[in-house]
Design a protein around this ligand. Structure first.
Ligand SMILES: *Cc1c(COP(=O)(O)O)cnc(C)c1O
Length: 365
């Protein structure tokens, strides 16, 4: 039986469905003639903060910049280590190294693939500048628990919300419990721009002010550099205007994503487990299957016209350029998941027929 090709992702569908609105937003920005740090940007910063449930939003140029600038803003003498998990795509590792920190890795929980609080305890001390927790695949981590653990050491928790905008666990929306929280609006994220974009949110007005200096050369006023470590990382008016239009749609898109993952979870045969995404604590960014041989499952699904990917194939401590610093790092759960995870098609515009086709492939494996 020849079926259609089900893509892992297809950004063109949302672009096509929204083409009239997007075109008119672009025309508006052109007509206004203000391109950077104007009214759209200021409004989006406020709307994002309100959506998350905090007081301050700071637009930046990408999610990685949001992480890097967050870590720069938190820098204090004597604290040179950033602690994070090694299975989340290395964005935090890249950001931390750019900001001049040493990175130490914690293992993850085998059930959720999220940073394991039990494994964190032995890594905490007064030399740690921050713990960065990623709400991986869209699932909210238990940030209040991490904050409780870190508080005695004076260590702030930074939330990486790049995959989880809108996830609403019982303690609020993700991004509202850490000292700082980073978001990415890369086009494939649950809230995507038409190019790169990012933001930081916080309820700490002093940190927010510092971040607004750091994202623009360290300027405290035009051409006065009074904060060291600054660089250029701005979110432009066009992206901000698009994000303002899309932000109110995120909850509805996330609900559809959860529905798709739940269908996969229910359909999967005994040799595959699909990580659950059943409640509002999950933004269902990625549908991830766990199986003994992910490459074999990928081949089986490819034969049935289903595109797949791996998020992520190489743990941070095994990355060619980081490995030299982490020869002795042993992370049994993280290492044990290598070759066993596979991402399935998951985006709101998937058709019922396509979801069925993926379910059928999972059931027959
Ligand atoms: C995408 C992503 C980032 C980086 O965002 P960019 O905007 O691509 O720099 C950071 N963390 C996680 C978990 C991501 O998925």
């Amino acid at each position: 039986m020849i079926r259609t090709q089900v893509p892992l992702n297809d950004l063109g569908r949302a672009l096509k469905a929204q083409s009239e609105e997007l075109t008119s937003i672009v025309a508006d920005v052109v007509a206004r003639g203000w391109l950077v740090h104007g009214t759209q940007h200021a409004a989006f910063e406020g709307e994002l903060a309100a959506y998350v449930g905090v007081s301050e939003g700071i637009g930046v140029a990408s999610g990685t910049d949001a992480l890097e600038l967050s870590l720069r803003a938190l820098r204090v003498p004597g604290r040179n280590v950033v602690v994070t998990a090694a299975n989340a795509g290395a964005y935090t590792s890249v950001a931390a190294r750019l900001a001049g920190f040493e990175v130490r890795y914690v293992d993850v929980d085998p059930a959720t693939h999220l940073l394991d609080p039990a494994a964190l305890a032995s890594l905490l001390d007064e030399g740690v500048a921050a713990v960065v927790v990623t709400h991986l695949y869209g699932r909210a981590a238990d940030v209040p628990e991490l904050v409780r653990m870190c508080a005695p050491y004076g260590v702030p928790v930074v939330e990486d919300c790049a995959q989880a905008i809108g996830a609403a666990p019982d303690w609020g929306r993700v991004g509202s419990a850490g000292t700082l929280a980073a978001f990415s609006f890369y086009p494939t994220k649950n809230l995507g721009a038409l190019g790169d974009g990012g933001a930081i949110v916080t309820s700490d007005a002093e940190l927010a002010e510092r971040l607004r200096h750091l994202r623009q050369y360290g300027w405290t006023g035009k051409y006065t550099i009074a904060v060291d470590g600054g660089r250029n990382s701005r979110l432009d008016e066009l992206q901000a205007a698009i994000l303002r239009y899309r932000l109110p749609l995120v909850d509805c898109w996330n609900a559809r994503r959860r529905e798709i993952i739940t269908r996969y979870e229910d359909a999967a045969g005994e040799h595959v487990t699909v990580l659950e995404a059943r409640g509002p604590y999950h933004a269902a960014h990625l549908a991830v299957a766990v199986t003994d041989d992910a490459a074999d499952l990928a081949g089986h699904l490819a034969d049935r016209g289903v595109g797949t990917g791996v998020h992520y194939p190489i743990p941070d401590h095994r990355q060619p350029v980081f490995a030299a610093d982490h020869g002795s790092t042993v992370l049994p759960v993280t290492d044990g998941l290598v070759g066993r995870i596979l991402s399935l098609p998951c985006f709101p515009e998937l058709t019922e027929g396509e979801v069925e086709q993926v379910c059928d492939g999972l059931a027959r494996y």
